[in-house]
Ligand binder design. Structure first.
Ligand code: PMP
Length: 756
């Protein structure tokens, strides 16, 4: 029979061992008195053995052409699974592991006795809808338990290896129905070289035939165990999944629901990679195609076993029908949650007009004359859709570097376990609060979580008014504290002076004094007194004085060391509370301490944290004294749905871990010093270069915005700030080292030359 290209194990007839012989083997080698009943099989002879007392076993008589190493692998794998995941029920091998036995025709076979897994094959009973999800979870568990399994035979060639589908093409001629033959032929063309397509996908030792026929269920349809490790081989994980999915689709009235439930169940245990998800649909097609080819080949070889070998033909054809239609990869991506992981340089020219159409232009402005379409980021760099790479010297949020793997892991793994509001006990929120409080003065003993700096500052304002009984706020002229109604009023850099509400007074930010010295205690005292007097004129007394401790919106200002303590003292003298807004400055940016206010030896009444706290994940906090929090809670309450959830807290804890472990506060200090020294050498002497740590301002004057554009052209992103936007704002991730400083300075020098 020329056209059949199958391995000897499939070509030779099944072992010539009947039930009588099975009973004799059981007695001779395993000391059992049993009755035997043949079970269906493709190439082996299997018997169900029953003892008088009800105990049952399966006697497996391997094919004479079966390689003994392969049988040994199967035994080893089952023993491995028993140890790796004891809760996964698989047949156990009864000693002695295997014995030789001769069939009626004189051929010798290896015989094994295994325990019976309770239950019925899932393809033989009506299944509840939840079966698909359980099946997916079972598949993932088997895969996980086999991860550490190795054996010399795992790389064996097996006719059912999906990746070798093209090798089964000779069986095409054996498909009698011309229409089916043509369909299979066109699928062989479409599917192409599956070895090449799966080469870089996750792979390992896989069950190889985890279909509903090999998954057992109880009367309620609950999975009881997994059988038949005879097709075990090393292959792509996606190929193994395709075997299960194809089998499931053959059984399902609602196929896409089954696929969804199966993959949900699978991914709850083992998340898939986008590249394998993209190929899954094609591999399911490949499995159905392979099924038809194998069925045709085996039917021609074993006319007597026709029914067993072609039992799946109708099902395989149905699977092909079910999967014809819209692009499979898109559908599988949507099901698996990998649809939006676009990280390659696909420039979307229509994005800006589409954005303007739905988001407007004035409310949602973009950076730069020609906006940047950023597709991904890693560490200190951003990558744009047009293929350009930018050094990020602007975004202070990714404080430990963009897409830091530790933070990514913390977020994704915690989201796979639990995310819920903070009205339930959870250790992450408690640990985060403990660690934040431990980093601050002891009087600050209470932590409240929020989702943004604005929300934390808004709460600070509410606490301050209740605690003090006052109604006025004092902030620096050109300050920014947030977007809520209360904090927008305190954000004096967002509206013209005439629009400032009467309950908000301003003081001069600590700009250098007229003689060039930094603003000092006297300047602070004068500022607060002026603000207080202004509030008083409008029938308000000071409830809260808020400062961004790096005075970012004011141009990144560095007062003398006595400035802030004097500000605090004056605030207290007015009966107000002092808020250190560390939303921008916190988490080591200042280069000496975790919190900038510590550089001045302050003990603020309230500290707010945000932006870098989750390295991009929204999480913020307010830290205060218990008496202030309790006074607030006596009259009011605060609960914010997402605040302090386990995922946000996991992100924040990972950020703290990285900052501590990598010594980023110290690094921010010395890299910042190097950067400032080099910049001071580059710019004309009249240009001030200032700021603590990696919060650097370069007061270029009116040319600053154009210079920021020139820097972008040179591959570096910065911002502008200060009065008239006259100052470059440089606040990169704290992971910068010498290479990034060099890259920055090279671009800076190029932009300077271009500016003439
Ligand atoms: N305070 C300061 C000092 C800030 O820089 C910001 C954000 N730029 C905020 C508060 C507000 O934080 P968010 O945007 O997270 O609401």
């Amino acid at each position: 029979m020329e056209p059949v290209a199958l391995s000897p194990v499939l070509l030779e007839p099944a072992p010539a061992v009947d039930a009588g012989a099975a009973v004799a083997i059981a007695a001779e080698h395993f000391g059992l008195t049993v009755r035997a009943e043949p079970l269906p099989a493709e190439r082996d002879r299997n018997f169900l053995l029953r003892a008088e007392d009800g105990r049952r076993w399966v006697l497996k008589v391997s094919h004479s052409a079966e390689d003994p190493v392969v049988v040994a692998m199967e035994i080893a794998a089952m023993q491995h699974l028993e140890l790796a995941d004891p809760s996964l029920v698989v047949p156990r091998i009864c000693p002695p592991d295997q014995v030789p036995a001769r069939g009626a025709d004189g051929r010798e076979h290896l015989v094994r006795l295994i325990t019976v897994v309770p239950g019925t094959p899932a393809d033989q009973v009506p299944l509840p809808p939840r079966f698909a999800g359980e099946f997916g979870a079972t598949s993932a568990r088997v895969g996980r338990a086999l991860r550490g399994f190795i054996h010399p035979a795992v790389a064996r060639a097996i006719d059912w290896d999906l990746r070798d589908l093209p090798d089964r093409a000779p069986s095409l001629a054996l498909i009698a129905d011309a229409a089916i033959r043509a369909r299979v032929e066109s699928l062989l063309d479409r599917l192409g070289d599956l070895r090449a397509a799966t080469r870089d996908l996750p792979a390992g030792v896989m069950h190889g035939d985890l279909t509903p026929a090999n998954v057992l269920v109880d009367k309620t349809g609950t999975v009881t165990g997994v059988i038949d490790f005879g097709d075990l081989h090393h292959t792509a994980r996606a190929a193994d999944l395709a075997v299960s999915l194809c089998g499931l689709l053959r059984e399902s009235a609602d196929p896409w629901r089954a696929v969804r439930d199966f993959l949900d169940g699978y991914q709850r245990i083992t998340p898939l990679e986008p590249a394998e998800v993209a190929l899954l649909g094609e591999l399911v097609l490949a499995r159905a195609t392979l099924g038809l080819l194998m069925g045709a080949g085996l039917a021609a070889l074993h006319p007597g076993n026709q029914e067993y070998v072609t039992v799946y033909d109708a099902g395989n054809l149905r699977v092909l029908d079910q999967l014809s239609g819209p692009p499979l990869a898109d559908r599988f991506h949507r099901i698996c949650g990998t649809a939006r992981l676009v990280s390659d340089g696909l420039e979307r020219k229509d994005l800006r007009p589409r954005r303007e159409a739905v988001m407007g232009t004035t409310l949602s402005p973009l950076f730069y004359r020609t906006p940047i379409q950023v597709t991904r980021a890693a560490g200190a760099h951003l990558y744009a859709a047009d293929g350009r790479r930018y050094l990020d010297a602007y975004n202070n949020v990714p404080v430990v570097g963009h897409a830091h793997p530790a933070v990514v892991q913390a977020i994704s793994r915690q989201s796979a376990i639990l995310n819920i509001n903070s009205r339930y006990l959870h250790p992450h929120a408690v640990e985060l609060a403990e660690r934040l409080l431990a980093s601050m003065p002891p009087e600050l003993d209470t932590c409240v979580f929020a989702n943004s700096g604005s929300e934390a500052n808004d709460l600070a304002w509410r606490m301050a008014t209740l605690y003090t009984g006052h109604t006025g706020a004092a902030v620096a002229d050109r300050a920014y504290h947030g977007v809520s109604a209360a904090t927008a009023a305190m954000s004096t850099n967002t509206y013209p002076p005439a629009a400032r509400p009467r309950h908000v007074a301003v003081f001069r930010p600590p700009l250098p004094l007229s003689d060039g010295r930094p603003a000092d205690a006297a300047a602070a005292v004068a500022g607060v007194r002026d603000a207080r007097a202004e509030l008083h004129r409008h029938d308000h007394e000071l409830a809260l004085l808020a400062v961004d401790t790096v005075f970012s919106a004011g141009g990144i200002l560095e007062p003398a060391t006595d400035y802030l303590p004097a500000l605090v003292a004056e605030t207290w003298a007015a009966g107000g509370l002092f808020l250190a807004d560390e939303v921008q400055a916190g988490f080591g940016r200042g280069g000496s301490h975790l919190w900038r206010f510590q550089d001045f030896g302050l003990a603020p009444d309230i500290v707010t944290l945000g932006k870098p706290m989750g390295n991009g994940h929204p999480v913020a906090a307010l830290i205060t004294r218990r008496e202030i929090a309790d006074r607030f809670a006596a009259d009011d309450e605060y609960f914010s749905t997402f605040a302090g959830n386990p995922v946000s807290c996991a992100a924040a804890l990972a950020v703290l871990d990285v900052i501590e472990d990598a010594g980023l506060v110290e690094r921010s200090g010395h890299v910042g010093a190097t950067l400032r020294a080099a910049l001071t050498d580059l710019v004309p002497s009249a240009v001030a270069v200032r700021g603590p740590g990696l919060m650097v301002g370069v007061q270029l004057g009116p040319s600053a915005p154009a210079f920021a554009e020139a820097l972008r052209d040179a591959g570096v992103l910065v911002g502008t700030t200060g009065y008239g936007n006259d100052t470059l704002k440089i606040r990169p991730p704290l992971i910068w080292g010498d290479d990034e400083v060099d890259e920055f300075l090279t671009a800076f020098a190029a932009a300077l030359r271009r500016q003439g």
